[in-house]
Design a protein around this ligand. Structure first.
Ligand SMILES: [Zn+2]
Length: 409
């Protein structure tokens, strides 16, 4: 470790140990096995483990037989329920505030709506006030276990400076969310990121078979977003706008997108666009199932109704949605070609439809001439990761810092 101080080395080794234990939960690792896997001396591992047991980061959990020596070794694990993170999921002015532990348990959840009269900084302060109110209800010992707050915000976020660069109309540009929240939360560690990227982090952190292999995460419905995970980390790009899958240009002469470009994927495959196209053809004769469930009023059409009609093979709805899927599949094949992930994880309400999943996989196979290099799967916790995502970015950072947090309130 040339050029690293002893303190850096300590953090590096602690982080490696945490990631090893977390992403190999089924492996039942003893001190000895950890030393082998991390290429550290048994004495070094014992020293690190001793500290982390005293801090309550690690726990001893049963024993495992060492076949080489014929004796039993103590198994180590991370205490998944000890540390808490406050989360604010902000995809719009409907904001969900929650408190989550590393096992993915939700200890508190509150949905709030902030009207358009409130500025972004007012909203961040109001969200922090709710968080403080909850933290104040915790016993003193538990308060010390709150390691940070994560904000998942629509749009482009500079996660290093903690600034919401542009939120596409949610609130003012260049909002210093972290600075405001850090102050309001009495110095608590605050991290922010794009809302979809946060969910991608949750997909990596909270899925049942945890591993840190490369994964492209694609969210669809109502809009399109994505994230790329590699080696247990989220890839953000030079100016924090990597994997903006919804803004891949698919029709250069198409409609103007909310990002300012023309013909982005969202302008042809967003669910509002699909809904509007279906509305144009809405009638008792052309869309009988939709007409029936919406009681003859096109204003009643919901995304659920569109999926219901698709699943029941309503001809016109199927044609419109399959047309959108053509563009979605095109984007996905190109994105897979770009980052070459092991897996593609699909997230969003459309993927609850087996028919849609089947159609999409067929389109992907066709476009790639049956040579698709990645496994394409529906998220194992589809539609359940929104809130967990904002906590995930804090836990991922917690691992990277070797569970050493100085700013504990
Ligand atoms: Zn766009």
């Amino acid at each position: 470790m040339v050029g690293k101080s002893l303190a850096d080395l300590r953090i590096f080794n602690r982080a490696a140990l945490l990631k090893l234990l977390y992403y190999n939960a089924e492996a039942k690792l003893s001190r000895k096995e950890i030393a082998t896997r991390l290429n550290l001396t048994p004495a070094a591992v014992s020293h690190i483990v001793k500290d982390m047991l005293e801090e309550g980061v690690l726990i001893e959990r049963g024993t495992v037989e060492d076949t080489r020596l014929g004796r039993r070794e103590i198994v180590l694990d991370i205490d998944l329920t000890k540390f808490l993170v406050m989360s604010a999921y902000i995809p719009a002015r409907d904001i969900c505030i929650s408190c989550i532990d590393l096992a993915g348990n939700v200890h508190f959840e509150k949905l709030l709506y902030y009207d358009s009269l409130m500025s972004g900084s007012d909203i961040v302060r109001a969200v922090c006030a709710e968080m403080i109110e909850y933290i104040d209800t915790l016993p003193e010992e538990r308060k010390k276990c709150v390691i940070g707050a994560g904000f998942g915000i629509k749009g482009i976020c500079d996660n290093e400076k903690g600034i919401s660069v542009t939120s596409f109309g949610l609130w003012e540009d260049n909002l210093p969310v972290r600075e405001i929240a850090h102050k309001c939360l009495n110095g608590l560690n605050v991290l922010i990121d794009n809302d979809i990227r946060c969910i991608a982090g949750a997909e990596m952190l909270f899925r049942p078979n945890r591993d840190s292999h490369s994964m492209l995460f694609a969210k669809y419905g109502p809009l399109v977003g994505g994230g790329f995970l590699l080696g247990g980390e989220l890839y953000r790009g030079y100016s924090y706008s990597a994997m903006e899958l919804g803004h891949f240009i698919v029709e250069p002469l198409g409609s103007i997108c909310r990002c300012g470009k023309r013909g982005c994927l969202e302008t042809v495959a967003g669910f509002d666009v699909i809904k509007n196209t279906v509305r144009l053809h809405y009638s008792r004769a052309r869309t009988p199932i939709l007409y029936e469930i919406t009681k003859g009023d096109a204003d009643n059409i919901t995304y659920d109704d569109i999926m219901h009609c698709y699943n029941n093979d309503e001809e016109l709805v199927t044609k419109v949605l399959d047309g959108a899927l053509d563009f979605f599949a095109l984007m996905l094949v190109n994105a897979i070609g770009l980052v070459n992930p092991e897996k593609v994880m699909l997230y969003g309400f459309p993927f609850e439809s087996e028919r849609l999943m089947h159609t999409l996989i067929e389109k992907l196979s066709e476009l790639s001439h049956n040579k698709l290099s990645a496994k394409v799967l529906k998220s194992s916790r589809n539609m359940q990761l929104d809130n967990l995502g904002c906590a995930a970015i804090v836990f991922i950072d917690f691992f990277e810092k070797g569970a050493i947090y100085r700013d504990i309130i």
